[in-house]
Design a protein around this ligand. Structure first.
Ligand SMILES: [Fe+2]
Length: 172
């Protein structure tokens, strides 16, 4: 059993590779396919795998331990997930319209949002989580994560996608 907070942190490291790739891409002439794959990664992994586990599994457990949602760290994290999804939606739109400059600008705003979001989770919220989630709660949350992931580890495949995007941006 992998510690559930370790699982979320490992997912952050994978997401950061794509943020690195997008930052490099903004300075280069990347093909449309790069952005299509990056946006699919963000929707499927950052949002569909990672934020989904935080929102549906982790945050409710933290609330039962007295960490507030309204006017508290959980509400802030959820609000930032919503803002991130809006950025991804606008990036898809800019890509569809072929507006490269606006796409790069939007992607850099997304990267800045996600970097500070991940830092707050790693350094504050997840440290609080480690303090309050103990014993059986750890095992229950790990089981819930496993179920949410469909009883398979989605990280290895998405890590390969992230590596490929970063390699492509580095060599462009
Ligand atoms: Fe996260």
């Amino acid at each position: 059993m992998q510690d559930p907070i370790d699982t979320l942190m490992a997912e952050h490291r994978i997401i950061e590779k794509v943020l690195d790739a997008m930052e490099l891409a903004a300075e280069r002439e990347m093909p449309v396919s790069f952005y299509e794959r990056a946006l699919d990664f963000l929707s499927a992994f950052a949002d569909g795998v990672h934020h989904a586990k935080e929102e549906a599994q982790l945050f409710p457990v933290l609330e039962t331990h007295g960490i507030p949602r309204e006017m508290g760290p959980i509400g802030v994290m959820c609000d930032e997930h919503v803002v991130g999804r809006a950025h991804v939606g606008r990036m898809r739109e800019q890509l569809r319209l072929g507006r490269r400059g606006a796409l790069c600008q939007e992607s850099l705003e997304y990267v800045a949002l996600l970097r500070q979001h991940i830092r707050k989770e790693d350094e504050v919220l997840f440290q609080m989580a480690r303090q309050v989630i103990r014993g059986d709660d750890v095992r229950r949350l790990a089981g819930a994560f496993d179920e949410a992931d469909g009883h398979k580890d989605p990280r290895a495949a998405y890590a390969r996608v992230a590596e490929a995007l970063l390699a492509e941006a580095r060599t462009a």
